[in-house]
Design a protein around this ligand. Structure first.
Ligand SMILES: *[C@@H]1O[C@H](CO)[C@@H](O)[C@H](O)[C@H]1NC(C)=O
Ligand SMILES: *[C@@H]1O[C@H](CO)[C@@H](O)[C@H](O)[C@H]1NC(C)=O
Ligand SMILES: *[C@@H]1O[C@H](CO)[C@@H](O)[C@H](O)[C@H]1NC(C)=O
Ligand SMILES: *[C@@H]1O[C@H](CO)[C@@H](O)[C@H](O)[C@H]1NC(C)=O
Ligand SMILES: *[C@@H]1O[C@H](CO)[C@@H](O)[C@H](O)[C@H]1NC(C)=O
Ligand SMILES: *[C@@H]1O[C@H](CO)[C@@H](O)[C@H](O)[C@H]1NC(C)=O
Length: 480
């Protein structure tokens, strides 16, 4: 705890804007630094198990009667007329003793809602909001306009083909909260448990979804959340007599799943995309040992610092995109995503009338909570064994990657897949969308890998049409 606190003080001087991209803010890197310090400090706790415990402890079930109706959103301020789907949002209590509750937003499909699958979406961080980032910036039905007040329809929203449930996770993120402040020191295990408790209670509130096909999707640090929650669901489906969750598959995008490949893949990507010099790349290769037992030497740290400086003037979540701070909004870019979108969202979600319409408690809403990431308690070095478990369980497992992301780049995903040691069933080929290459696909034994061409870290923001095409294929269980 001492270390985390010390580092917190240090970081709090450096990081003042908690929004992706601004001033190089990087929630994942901040959390990882603390974990590395813990690993290299003598007497740190012994290694975390990579698999969730097998023991079953009873899951809290709260009364849900009447809460669905109360959660129905009549209208979001500034919403376009003719909105033809139902939206719900509110809190599900996951621990009544601590007063801990998770906030969700459900966007149902305009057509075929009663038969379309249910899809859970999770953002990462750790500490980033699935509603503000996932729903409002990426794949949800609305985008906030540059007037900070009105919403426009996202033509390529994922609720066109599924009922999409966005969960703010864990407590302390977005609108989710706890009345017990020590709950904000949390980690992977508690996050999975709370998300599971959320789901079984939410399914009581929305019983029509109990037997529906269910999928879990997410990106970045949700590369931990999605496999861990899925594993817990499959375990609890076997040993409890409560709701069986009808989990059919998972998809994780630009996902942080293994610390070694996250590092090696990132620096190789920086070098191959002309962001760092030969000298920095060679310096990293010869001085850094990114394996779990490897030491991070001073020389390695120094080269990593040089790499950070080299990438600091570009938006490394989408390396060819313009910055919000650039004076010209008309900088030619490969996608027409407005780089200032996060500012519009932050203002909109902090408007009292908006919070009221969402049934949210009045709070200062943040895109990413720094506190959550900096005090993160447990994080396995790799979740590849969990993914291997899921692959063998018969559910469908997809790894996708926007190929212009520098944060968890496509090289990291490919190195991780190498470590999974699965064999190719359908060799690499380009998938087509509207007459152009949408990306590339490889079908492996029990695993599908898909790239989305020209998309950064937040795939549906930068390539909305290709993103929806890939997502539809995933739900249909067919290679794109
Ligand atoms: C948290 O405390 C407030 C104020 O006492 C209370 O209204 C609310 O229900 C509590 N939250 C939960 C999840 O118990
Ligand atoms: C709705 O479902 C019907 C029957 O499965 C299908 O033919 C139709 O294409 C679906 N419409 C949409 C918009 O998904
Ligand atoms: C579920 O199992 C628990 C423990 O075995 C038991 O106490 C409880 O009554 C069971 N509930 C139902 C609905 O069968
Ligand atoms: C990295 O460190 C590990 C653990 O000490 C060691 O086994 C491995 O050989 C090292 N790798 C390289 C390339 O030096
Ligand atoms: C890592 O550092 C520790 C302490 O400085 C040292 O004892 C150990 O030999 C180092 N391991 C490697 C693989 O360099
Ligand atoms: C694929 O799944 C089957 C069972 O469903 C399992 O026997 C096999 O080991 C798995 N292979 C890989 C590479 O995951």
């Amino acid at each position: 705890m001492k270390i985390a606190f010390h580092v917190f003080l240090h970081f709090s001087l450096l990081v003042f804007v908690s929004c992706y991209g601004s001033n190089g803010y990087d929630p994942l890197e901040n959390a990882l630094k603390i974990q590395r310090l813990k690993r290299t400090t003598p007497n740190h706790e012994s290694k975390e198990d990579v698999t969730a415990e097998n023991s079953y402890s009873p899951v809290y079930m709260g009364p849900q009667d009447g809460l669905k109706d109360a959660d129905k959103i009549s209208e979001l301020p500034g919403q376009p007329t003719g909105t033809d789907f139902d939206q719900y949002s509110g809190y599900v209590t996951v621990d009544p003793n601590h007063g801990r509750a998770l906030f969700y937003y459900l966007a149902e499909s305009p057509v075929n809602s009663s038969t379309n699958p249910l899809v859970l979406w999770l953002n990462g961080g750790p500490g980033c909001s699935s509603f503000g980032n996932g729903a409002m910036m990426e794949l949800g039905p609305f985008r906030v306009s540059a007037d900070y007040k009105t919403l426009s329809r996202n033509k390529y929203a994922w609720n066109n083909v599924a009922n999409v449930l966005f969960l703010e996770s864990p407590a302390g993120v977005g609108f989710s909260y706890s009345n017990t402040s020590s709950d904000y020191q949390t980690g992977d295990k508690q996050t999975a448990k709370d998300s599971y408790t959320f789901l079984v209670n939410w399914l009581e509130r929305f019983p029509e979804y109990k037997t529906r096909d269910f999928y879990i999707t997410g990106e970045s640090y949700a590369g931990h959340y999605v496999p861990q929650l899925s594993q817990l669901i499959l375990q609890n489906n076997k040993i409890t007599n409560q709701t069986v969750i009808n989990l059919k598959g998972i998809a994780i995008g630009n996902a942080y799943v293994d610390d070694e490949t996250a590092n090696t893949g990132m620096y190789d990507y920086f070098w191959s995309h002309a962001i760092i010099s030969d000298e920095i790349h060679e310096g990293i290769i010869s001085n850094c040992n990114f394996t779990e037992a490897g030491n991070i030497t001073t020389a390695c740290d120094d080269y990593q610092g040089q790499a950070r400086a080299a990438r600091s003037n570009i938006y490394f979540y989408d390396i060819y995109a313009p910055l919000c701070s650039s004076s010209s909004n008309s900088t030619p870019s490969i996608s027409d995503f407005d780089p200032c979108t996060e500012n519009y969202i932050s203002t909109y979600l902090n408007t009292p009338a908006v919070q009221q319409s969402l049934h949210a408690k009045p709070v200062q809403w943040e895109s990413c909570s720094q506190q959550i990431g900096l005090f993160w308690t447990d994080m396995p070095f790799t979740v590849l064994p969990v993914i291997q478990d899921l692959m063998a369980s018969g559910i469908s497992v997809w790894i996708y990657s926007g190929d212009t992301d520098g944060r968890v780049p496509v090289t990291s995903s490919r190195y991780s897949i190498d470590k999974l040691q699965t064999s190719v069933k359908t060799s690499w080929y380009p998938w087509m969308y509207e007459g152009e290459v949408g990306g590339y696909v490889v079908g492996y034994q029990n695993l599908t890998f898909v790239t989305i061409r020209g998309a950064g870290h937040f795939v549906p923001s930068y390539q909305p049409a290709r993103g929806l095409a890939f997502f539809s294929s995933f739900l249909e269980g067919k290679l794109p």
